[in-house]
Design a protein around this ligand. Sequence first.
Ligand SMILES: Nc1ncnc2c1ncn2[C@@H]1O[C@H](COP(=O)(O)OP(=O)(O)OP(=O)(O)O)[C@@H](O)[C@H]1O
Length: 217
Amino acid sequence: MIALRNLRKSYETAEGRLEVLRGINLDLGAGERVALTGESGSGKSTLLHLVAGLDRPDSGEIVIGGRDISKLNDRDRAAYRRTEVGLVFQQFNLVPSLDVAANIAFHAKLAGRHDTVWENELVERLGIGKLLSRFPEQLSTGQQQRVAIGRTLAARPGLVLADEPTGNLDEANGDAVLELMLSLSKETGSTLLLVTHSQRLADRLDRQVYLRSGKLE
Ligand SMILES: Nc1ncnc2c1ncn2[C@@H]1O[C@H](COP(=O)(O)OP(=O)(O)OP(=O)(O)O)[C@@H](O)[C@H]1O
């Protein structure tokens, strides 16, 4: 379903050209859940941003659903981001002016998949039913994380990209939230690529890949 082929990405920095990704190859089957690990600064977020269509590679292919999304024009890339991919990043990017209920429905509406039954179930399973009329600034970090996960899964994206989704939580809460995310994404059949520093969390997924010196091991 997803094929990354010889992806390369470098940045211009004050010290010169920094080659972060030096030929990434990866296949993800539909519904597969893969952990992406690697040292700090190894390029995990860079790779996720490319697959999310937030940035373009220098070269290589990102084939998703039969098309290379790195070659799409701006309009088609926006449509890809709106309808096919869901992001759960450390900065939760909840919409500050919308309450929790509206945040949960936001991407699902954009994707044309607003489904109140599914949204209600997510809310219940994530334990955020009492928070629906609160605004993001009135929530704890863990609560915001749950809302962010709910908002992403509400849209039933084919692909979920998660960057340290439980990085701001203590171990017990992080485990609980991750567990929920895994079972909910399984129910939606979403393919999952999850960046984590935690070997313990990585062990819970179907497969692990390790990013070192710009390549996957
Ligand atoms: N926009 C940018 N311009 C220049 N250098 C960048 C840019 N974004 C990232 N980098 C550099 O690219 C390298 C990879 O960064 P990236 O954030 O992808 O790593 P990471 O593996 O996600 O790190 P962490 O685990 O610490 O979040 C780092 O050396 C970083 O400083």
